[in-house]
Design a protein around this ligand. Structure first.
Ligand code: NAI
Length: 466
């Protein structure tokens, strides 16, 4: 009789990287177990991408109901916030998706093992569950344990006043004054949510710009728009410490101008995430880490320990759900002797502010730094008919192509539905398209996507509508 604890593959972590890998491996005929200590879906589904997008949508509708409906000729009377109802909707969405992953596991015969996993020698994983420990065996182990928020010295998380993104997705009431440390994706998205729901939001950022890594022109444009929405920014400033007195946080801010105190109700620390390997027995197993504490892997996602593989936020690269998912699938395809592959040059990156900022490929600064000779085309949403109908005239599309070959090198979209529109740039780049290819592609009229065609035309200086 087959050993019930023997598998071909044990996946540790059921986030977007781990659960997708488990399903793909099962499709390829492997006997798979996926160990997870919390709910299926990982950070992304439970306390990250999905609940934040639910709140971003609800808070944006609240904002529109208060400020924009009248422009459409719709009168609503007094608009009030039911925060508990908004949170309940978010929770329902998460539960539905949790159940969906459970269903996918059953359909694909992936064994869902509840508990905390620890590497226990070659091909062995010990799982500490609610009723004791058991040891599972497999030829392959895939580490997909994700990441956790980085705490700041002097501002340790207390779960109530100084918090990370998890708690900031579930504040029981709207904080009157919210300080956000870090103008990255988390800070700007959750800062936007609470600003729309009535908080006064101060964003504190170490650098002189927001969203490092994104195209500077687009990020600067977005910062201006967020300021118009009411967010305040304190740039080139570091949060030096926080003290809670009388249910208020006294935050110390340090900048070139000196030190000052800011009093607020809550502080969200969103200064990045670090790979999550605690308690996994990685060091004891002798698995090599890179200089930044991430698990070192080769081009096939193999760690230094034979039979152990790693993908997603625990290894190098952008900490994005879709990057983890692609890596998970590629890794198990390699295990199965297939040619799994991730095209790292075309991984989209989206920040779900209003408007959204989406990006793929090189930024203009990166092109300059790398000595690439490029042409840049721009097109503003205010010159697009559909954008006017949608009340979405803010932002622009920026396209970067090779000066000589016209091959598309980067696309950046600041505007409504940029998260959806960027897929056109990703596909075009994945197929090595030129800006001219996009310029000659028929785009339905009237659509926001026409801004992409126009930016492509602008690369050659022959835009029709500008
Ligand atoms: P981040 O790395 O994106 O941004 C952190 C920001 O904090 C940077 O601007 C940095 O300069 C600043 N910072 C660092 N130390 C600081 C200090 N002491 N004082 C003030 N500012 C400081 O990190 P974030 O926003 O926490 O996100 C973590 C990860 O999650 C990122 O890799 C991000 O890409 C990912 N994520 C992606 C989302 C999306 O794709 N929409 C949404 C949320 C997170």
């Amino acid at each position: 009789m087959a050993d019930a604890n023997a598998y071909d593959l044990i996946v540790i972590g059921a986030g977007p990287g781990g659960y997708a890998a488990a399903i793909r491996a099962a499709q390829l005929g492997m006997r798979v177990a996926c160990v997870e200590k919390e709910a299926l879906g990982g950070t992304c589904l439970n306390v990250g991408c999905i609940p934040s997008k639910a709140l971003l949508e609800s808070s944006e509708l609240f904002e529109q109901a208060k400020r924009s409906f009248e422009r459409h000729g719709i009168r609503l009377g007094e608009v009030t916030l039911d925060l508990a109802g908004m949170m309940a909707r978010k929770d329902r969405i998460v539960q539905t998706m949790n159940r969906g992953i459970g269903g996918l596991f059953r359909k694909n015969r992936v064994a869902h093992v509840r508990g905390t996993a620890r590497l226990a020698g070659a091909g062995a994983v010990e799982v500490q569950g609610s009723d004791g420990a058991e040891v599972l065996h497999a030829a392959h182990v895939l580490i997909a344990t994700g990441s956790a928020p980085i705490p700041l010295p002097g501002l340790s998380f207390d779960g109530t006043y100084v918090v990370g993104s998890t708690e900031a997705l579930s504040f029981p009431e709207t904080p009157e004054r919210l300080a956000v440390i870090g103008a990255g994706a988390i800070g700007l998205e959750l800062g936007s949510v609470w600003n729309r729901l009535g908080s006064r939001v101060l964003v504190v950022e170490l650098l002189d710009r927001i969203l490092p890594g994104m195209d500077l022109e687009m990020a600067s444009e977005l910062k201006g728009l967020l300021e118009r929405q009411g967010l305040t920014f304190q740039m080139e400033t570091r949060a030096g410490g926080a003290e809670v007195r009388d249910r208020k946080v006294h935050l110390t801010l340090v900048s070139g101008a000196g030190t000052r105190e800011e009093v607020c109700d809550r502080v969200l620390v969103a200064v990045g995430r670090r790979p999550h390997t605690e308690g996994l027995g990685v060091k004891e197993a002798g698995i090599a880490l890179d200089e930044r504490g991430r698990i070192a892997v080769d081009a096939h996602y193999r760690t230094s320990l034979p039979g152990v593989w790693a993908i997603g936020d625990v290894i190098a690269g952008p900490m994005l759900a879709h990057k983890a998912e692609e890596e998970g699938v590629a890794a198990v395809e390699r295990m199965a002797g297939r040619a799994g592959h991730v095209d790292y040059g075309v991984i989209p990156n989206v920040v779900y502010t209003h408007p959204e900022l989406a990006s793929v490929g090189v930024t203009e600064e990166e092109a300059q730094e790398r000595g690439m000779r490029v042409r840049v085309g721009r097109f503003p949403f205010r010159a697009n008919g559909r954008a006017h109908c949608l009340d979405a005239t803010e932002g622009l599309v920026k396209m970067i192509s090779d000066e000589k070959t016209d091959r598309l090198l980067g696309m950046h979209i600041l505007g409504a539905r940029a998260s959806e529109m960027i897929a056109e740039g990703v596909t075009a780049m994945a197929f090595s398209a030129s800006a001219e290819d996009l310029a000659r592609t028929v785009h339905a009229h009237p659509t926001l996507a026409e801004t992409i065609k126009e930016a492509a035309l602008a690369v050659e200086g022959r835009g029709i509508h500008i």
